[in-house]
Write a protein that binds this ligand. Structure first.
Ligand code: F6P
Length: 538
């Protein structure tokens, strides 16, 4: 079965939600909180180690009920079933979307089970030194070479879980930037360095360029033609990997039913398993699987991914925000915003609906963010006092990992305080009263008071988790994957293709021959002048 093709703006709920937006135009978060004593009951969900509170969003009970009706009218339950049943819902590529199968411990897919065993045994052998470099030394460093989904997921998870890491150091090379490649390699000892080349297609320019640089480095430094001991690959393109010089035994599978940006739950997660050990990697999968079950089985109004997707749709399609901040209050999650940029923007940055027509409503948002409290001292000024509505997800943990209570209390008081400030704001009256209480003269008050006013009424969602560990990280990432899916279903777009990344690649490869020495063909004036400058022609 294929996903339904329902224009959300033609549903009854959408029309009522537009009315609802007008009805709420005089309300603020402060007024909504004073009117609704049950607000936290229906706008928060406690599940497993998650406390999700979306009550600081500008909506009331009627809005929330209409949003759940919107999900129903857009057939979310049917769509979830199609996803998990493996229906070919990636219609433009004729593929199923089964990344959830990679973390399904009851899967009937024997190949996936075998992959897990291979990840387990391979990562254990790298960790305990059974697999050694060609000079007989134990590996100390592992370099993951891949880009996009073959990089961002494992890089984020390795960083997020570094509290659980062993003595191996994991590095990532993605960009086709020779300087970066050199900067990474120059710190490493070739005898003790192992490379994982991750590329579904094994044709990606960036990855193959970096993999070949690494291969030359090993061959030159170790004076060998053999690279087998120092490389493995994760790919669907077995022949190309063998041509590169890697034995079949060192090739891990990828599947056409798993998109790059959803792939770290399988072999692409090898670097994660090497970094934290397979037992921890398994817990990461178990966490994600638990969230899958919650998503599949919970009613809409208590379903975390669905509710957060609906809140996102309310904020963007009805309140007009085009951007969303992701603010984790832990340095461990500093790569989460860039990971989510691919997950959300590559999936839902589409303007053609499932019937092939241009959409007449807003779809995927601009995703950005950084860690609290650093971002409070950077871009929060604009969120507090700028002219744009920027809903933010705040992600925090009840307990720190190393146990410094004093720092953690300060960190988390900022977490709560920022959300409170964004909601409540500070009125002119409050500003003036405060200035008066400090005996500031009237002229200064008149001159400066307006600058100190905060409008407030800025929406935030809090995802408070007991502690950061492999399982809770798995839950968090799986939660965001299902938010992406739910939004795509309601927006009536195909979330699992990525045609938008093609054109630039094709043009770049044509231009490369011109930059390398070929004739410059006819282009627009700007492109032509760039080519001339790069080739040093005046
Ligand atoms: O960015 C586009 C994309 O196709 C991603 O979906 C994918 O993760 C990445 O390129 C890398 O592709 P590959 O794994 O084939 O090298």
């Amino acid at each position: 079965m294929s996903l339904h093709k329902i224009n959300p703006t033609e549903t009854k709920a959408w029309k009522k939600l537009i009315e609802q937006k007008h009805n709420l135009s005089t309300e603020t978060l402060n007024s909504l909180f004073s009117k609704e004593s049950n607000r936290l009951n229906y706008l928060s969900i406690k599940w497993d180690c998650f406390d999700v509170d979306f009550s600081k969003n500008i909506l009331n009970e009627k809005t929330f009920n209409l949003l759940t009706e919107l999900a129903e009218e857009c057939k979310i339950s049917d769509s979830i079933k199609m996803l998990f049943d493996g229906d070919k819902i990636n219609e433009t590529e004729g593929r199923s979307v089964l990344h959830t199968e990679l973390r399904n411990f009851k899967t009937s897919n024997s190949s996936i089970v075998a992959d897990r065993e291979k990840i387990k045994s391979f990562s254990s052998k790298i960790i305990d030194g059974t697999i050694k470099g060609c000079t007989g030394k134990k590996f100390t460093d592992v370099v993951n070479i891949g880009i996009g989904g073959s990089d961002l997921g494992p890089k984020m998870a390795v960083e997020a879980l570094k509290f659980y890491k062993n003595s191996l150091n994991i590095h990532f090379i993605s960009n086709v930037d020779g300087d970066h490649n050199e900067e990474v390699l120059k710190t490493l000892n070739p005898e003790t360095t192992f490379f994982i080349v991750v590329s579904k297609t094994f044709t990606t320019q960036e990855t193959l360029t970096n993999a070949n640089l690494a291969k030359n480095w090993i061959q030159k430094k170790l004076d060998t033609k053999e690279i087998q001991n120092h490389f493995c690959a994760i790919s669907t393109n077995v022949n190309a990997v063998k041509d590169f010089g890697i034995d079949e035994e060192y090739i891990f599978k990828m599947y056409d039913f798993v998109g790059g940006r959803f792939s770290m739950w399988g072999s692409v997660g090898l670097s994660i398993s090497i970094s934290i050990g397979y037992d921890n990697f398994k817990k990461f999968l178990i966490g994600a699987e638990k969230m899958d079950i919650h998503f599949k089985e919970s009613p809409i109004e208590k379903n975390i991914p669905i509710c957060l997707a609906l809140i996102g749709i309310w904020n963007s399609n009805f309140l007009g925000s085009h951007t969303q901040g992701i603010i984790p209050y832990t340095e461990y999650l500093n790569l989460l915003p860039s990971y989510l940029q691919q997950s959300m923007m590559e999936s839902n940055g589409k303007n053609i609906d499932r019937s092939g027509k241009k959409v007449n409503y807003s779809t995927g948002n601009i995703i950005w963010g950084g860690t609290g409290t650093n971002t409070q001292h950077a871009f929060f000024q604009l969120i507090h006092q700028g002219d744009k509505l920027i809903p933010c997800d705040f992600i925090g943990f009840k307990k720190s990992l190393h146990g410094n209570k004093d720092s953690h209390n300060k960190l988390m008081s900022n977490y709560v305080g920022q959300m409170q400030a964004l909601m409540k704001g500070r009125s002119l009256y409050e500003v003036v009263s405060e200035m008066k209480s400090k005996n500031i003269d009237e002229e200064t008050i008149n001159k400066n008071a307006n600058f100190k006013v905060f409008d407030g009424n800025k929406p935030t969602t809090s995802i408070l988790i007991d502690q950061l560990n492999p399982e809770s990280l798995g839950m968090l990432i799986s939660m965001y994957e299902h938010i992406v899916f739910t939004k795509g279903v309601i927006w009536n777009i195909f979330s699992f293709d990525q045609w938008g990344v093609e054109l630039g690649k094709v043009l770049a490869s044509k231009l490369l021959t011109e930059i390398k020495g070929g004739e410059i063909s006819t282009h627009d004036d700007s492109t032509e002048s760039h080519l001339k400058k790069l080739k040093n022609i005046s």
